[in-house]
Design a binder for this molecule. Structure first.
Ligand code: FAD
Ligand code: NDP
Length: 426
């Protein structure tokens, strides 16, 4: 049993949604494109799951956040895919791939063949078990990667309003979920091994601003240690989190956000890998010329840095997906992907954006006791990264623009003095 398509997108997340829109803009014919996804719904804006979806009042629910509303584009509902003749195979896990034969085998036993394959399998959340711990299957331990996880998290959260939540991990999931749990009136303690939150991006000074803000909202931080085990009740629910430093925390629920691994397993040994992802060229094309990889799973050349990177952010998923489709459908016209990395987050009433690379020396600017502040990173004499909290649209555009230009910086003191004014004047 099998079906054949010209184009197949494996994975039905953010990148798949943006790729589908790009295919239709470039004139795909009915019946040529197929999307296969393990999820039970058509592509949606995953960032909503740790933000609007968790709000106690008027929470975001599908169909309101299907792609591509996050980029102010058309919202692609199931009806849209139907009208455009796109076959969407939902609730279906692809269990193997044969790159030489250009086929995918689904868990339901169907073989789907392609002329061009776009791998958009994203990533999975790392489990405690991968760190030698146990307890992920407890009734009140939550992860957050997809709609099913988010729905479960909301159920668990609503069952323990006023109780204690322990958040394991001080990264993006930890920070955004902690804020949502506070808004839902839970007492939150965050536990993570590093000296401060968001250790891979924030400087200690930036982190301390957010931590002070969280503390004022009632969040407690336990840094420099990790959990060692859970105490459980007879219903299989966690009642306390034991830490390596010997202390323990009472818990009515636990949220775990300890990083991800890209879903590359189907292609190990068939495609070249790098940085934990599928290595692609500036056209998002993998080591087999019929295969493209986009989003979290792709390790692509970032021209601006002169090296290959794998990014785990929604903007790169959207843009790499569009680029791959352009490269497939208009190969003569397309240039190398020239991407400026962009990360952002929104928690409580705070909102920051980051562009570029956080390498080299840091120059902070602005009012760290007020609402607007930021930092520049200067590496080998050039400005390579910019961070801004509380900026206006124009200010964010200015730091984005200046970061792409990579201007030479001779005097760090002068840059510090000019602060945001430097970006605005460029
Ligand atoms: P995904 O969106 O993860 O999609 C992968 C899809 O592939 C899924 O549907 C999955 O089920 C499917 N799949 C995988 N393997 C198979 C298989 N074998 N068979 C069938 N289907 C398969 N980034 C930001 O920049 N800003 C944010 O504010 C932000 N918030 C986030 C909040 C949350 C809760 C999460 C989890 C992530 C957030 N991110 C954010 C990251 C961003 O969502 C990801 O970078 C983005 O979703 C990556 O898109 P993708 O299409 O590569 O992968
Ligand atoms: P992150 O990589 O952001 O953070 C994971 C954190 O957990 C790190 O601080 C890590 O420390 C820490 N950690 C690792 N092991 C342990 C442990 N055993 N106990 C306690 N802490 C531990 O991953 P997240 O899980 O927060 O996010 C998952 C994905 O979702 C990422 O791809 C992220 O980009 C994406 N996301 C993005 C958002 C955004 O862009 N606004 C919002 C939400 C999610 P160490 O660094 O030492 O390993």
């Amino acid at each position: 049993m099998g079906r054949a398509f010209v184009y197949v997108i494996l994975g039905g997340g953010v990148a798949a949604g943006y790729a589908a829109l790009e295919f239709t803009k470039r004139g795909v014919s009915h019946g040529e494109l197929c999307i296969i996804s393990e999820e039970s719904v058509v592509p949606y804006e995953r960032p909503a799951l740790s933000k609007g979806f968790l709000l106690p009042e008027a929470p975001a629910r599908l169909p309101s956040f299907h792609t591509c509303v996050g980029a102010n584009e058309e919202r692609l509902t199931p009806k849209w895919y139907k009208e455009h003749g796109i076959e969407v195979v939902l609730g279906t896990w692809v269990k193997s791939a044969d790159v030489k034969r250009k086929t995918l085998l689904t868990a339901t036993g169907e073989t789907i063949s392609y002329k061009f394959l776009i791998i958009a399998t994203g990533a999975r959340a790392l489990k405690l078990e991968e760190f030698g711990l146990t307890g992920s299957d407890a009734g009140n331990v939550c992860y957050l990667r997809d709609l099913a996880d988010a729905t479960r998290l909301v159920d668990v959260m609503q069952s323990c309003i006023g109780g204690n939540a322990v958040v394991i991990g001080g990264g993006y999931i930890g920070m955004e979920c902690a804020a949502s749990l506070v808004i839902n009136k839970l007492n939150v303690t965050m536990v993570f091994p590093e000296a401060h939150t968001m250790a891979r991006l924030f400087t200690p000074k930036i982190a301390s601003y957010y931590e002070d803000y969280y503390i004022a909202k009632g969040v407690k931080f336990i840094k420099g240690t990790v959990m060692s085990s859970f105490d459980m009740d007879s219903d299989g629910k966690v009642t306390a989190v034991n830490l390596k430093d010997g202390s323990w925390l009472p818990a009515d629920m636990v949220v775990v956000g300890i990083g991800i691994r890209p879903n590359t397993a189907l292609f190990e040994g068939q495609l070249t890998m790098e940085k934990g992802g599928i290595k692609v060229n500036g056209r998002m094309q993998a080591s087999d010329s019929s295969v493209y990889a986009v989003g979290d799973v792709a390790a692509f050349p970032v021209k601006l840095f002169g090296e290959t990177r794998r990014l785990e952010h929604v903007d790169s998923a959207r843009k790499s997906a569009r680029h791959a489709v352009a490269a497939i459908m208009d190969p003569e016209k397309i240039n190398e992907f020239d991407y400026l990395p962009f990360f952002y987050s929104r928690v409580f009433t705070l909102s920051w954006q980051f562009y570029g690379d956080n390498a080299g020396e840091v120059v902070h600017f602005g009012d760290f006791s007020g609402n607007t502040f930021g930092a520049y990173w200067v590496n080998k004499g050039n400005l390579v990264g910019s961070f801004l909290e509380g900026g206006s649209k124009e200010q964010y555009e200015a730091i984005s623009k200046v970061t792409r230009l990579r201007p030479a910086i001779e005097d760090l003191g002068e840059l510090e003095k000019l602060g945001l004014g430097y970006a605005l004047a460029e």
